[in-house]
Design a protein. Structure first.
Length: 93
């Protein structure tokens, strides 16, 4: 999940796997797969960067290369906590 900010400055966490597309018109509007729309303060580039950072952290956690104390700039979980959320065994890959 990635952390974003609504226009009224409240924070929300969004499951990045549910994002269909992101557009700026002029505010940044995120459309989810279910059709729900979220308007956030972050730019399209910032949203894309947070999704990229989050997915990168998942890949690093899966490969065991993130130190336990590491945390990405998007506010995602440390590597050890992410690894505990992933399934065990050969089906992980």
């Amino acid at each position: 999940m990635i952390q974003l900010t609504r226009l009224n400055n409240t924070r929300l966490a969004v499951n990045s796997d549910l994002i269909k597309y992101v557009e700026e018109a002029p505010d940044t509007v995120i459309t989810l797969l279910n059709g729900e729309k979220l308007v956030v303060r972050e730019t399209t580039e910032q949203v894309i960067g947070r999704v990229r950072d989050f997915r990168r952290s998942l890949l690093r956690a899966a490969s065991g290369s993130i130190p336990e104390s590491a945390e990405s700039s998007s506010g995602s979980l440390p590597g050890a906590e992410l690894a505990s959320l992933l399934p065990e065994g050969p089906e992980r890959g």
